[in-house]
Ligand binder design. Structure first.
Ligand SMILES: NC(=O)c1ccc[n+]([C@@H]2O[C@H](COP(=O)([O-])OP(=O)(O)OC[C@H]3O[C@@H](n4cnc5c(N)ncnc54)[C@H](OP(=O)(O)O)[C@@H]3O)[C@@H](O)[C@H]2O)c1
Length: 212
């Protein structure tokens, strides 16, 4: 698959490195040509502008801070339909001070991105830190990490499942984009716990106990 990654930071590097290793073609597009070139050099992939990343291929990973998203999409001509029907993977977390979502009280990030672009948006990879995505593979005592996906387009979801498996993880489609807000809220909750030194896993009994 050809994947254009918008952003040259931690998530771009973590996921782009893995997808490159798995044989996919990645183009990193950043506002800093030097950072894009350096990342491409380190990973053996290509570099370009944000516009070139958006145009590159089968999928676009949006890997910029949420508060930069509207500007980035605007610069790509989203309002004029430039991203309509494209597969856009949204890994953003709109987490602000106090681990609160800056989207609270309105549509979530993925919903807003879908509505403003007409793209086939899949929410994915937002629920864990880049340090986990960098593991080769992200497998722990209970097995490979499960990656929840939300999206409305089956073809887009299937493409992202391929990209999840490329990391050595297991995809789990948890619903349409109407569920993405739950995933975003859950992640903000998890980040808050991790940052305050609590292990969210201690909140959860074994599956059989919860479903007995
Ligand atoms: N890191 C994680 O553990 C993690 C996990 C899950 C989800 N996420 C989400 O993934 C997204 C990216 O996170 P990250 O950790 O990769 O961030 P990061 O390391 O800070 O990288 C952010 C990237 O976005 C670019 N950027 C920032 N503002 C921009 C703008 N106005 N226009 C164009 N590019 C802009 C930055 O460019 P410059 O280098 O030029 O500043 C950089 O390439 C965020 O939405 C975050 O919430 C992060």
């Amino acid at each position: 698959m050809r994947i254009g990654i918008i952003g040259t930071g931690n998530m771009a590097e973590a996921l782009g490195t893995q997808w490159g290793r798995a044989g996919h073609d990645v183009l990193f597009g950043g506002r800093s040509p030097d950072r894009a070139r350096s990342l491409a050099g380190r990973t053996g992939q290509s570099a370009g502008t944000v516009t070139e990343a958006a145009a590159f291929g089968d999928a676009i990973l949006l890997a910029v801070p949420y508060d930069a998203v509207a500007g980035v999409l605007g610069g790509l001509g989203a309002a004029d339909g430039a991203l309509r029907d494209r597969l856009l993977i949204d890994c953003t977390n709109a987490v602000g001070p106090g681990f609160r979502l800056t989207t609270d009280g309105g549509p979530g990030a993925a919903r807003t991105i879908a509505d403003s672009t007409g793209a086939r948006v899949v929410k994915a990879f937002n629920h864990l830190p880049d340090s986990v995505w960098r593991l080769t593979p992200p497998v722990f005592a209970d097995g490979p990490v499960t990656v929840p996906l939300c999206g409305d387009d089956e073809q887009a979801l299937e493409a992202v499942r391929v990209l999840v498996r490329a990391l050595g993880c297991v995809p789990l489609t948890v619903g349409g984009l109407d569920r993405a807000g739950y995933l975003e809220t859950t992640t903000a909750f998890l980040i808050g716990l991790w940052h305050s030194g609590h292990d969210p896993r201690t909140l959860l009994p074994p599956f059989h106990a919860a479903t007995a």
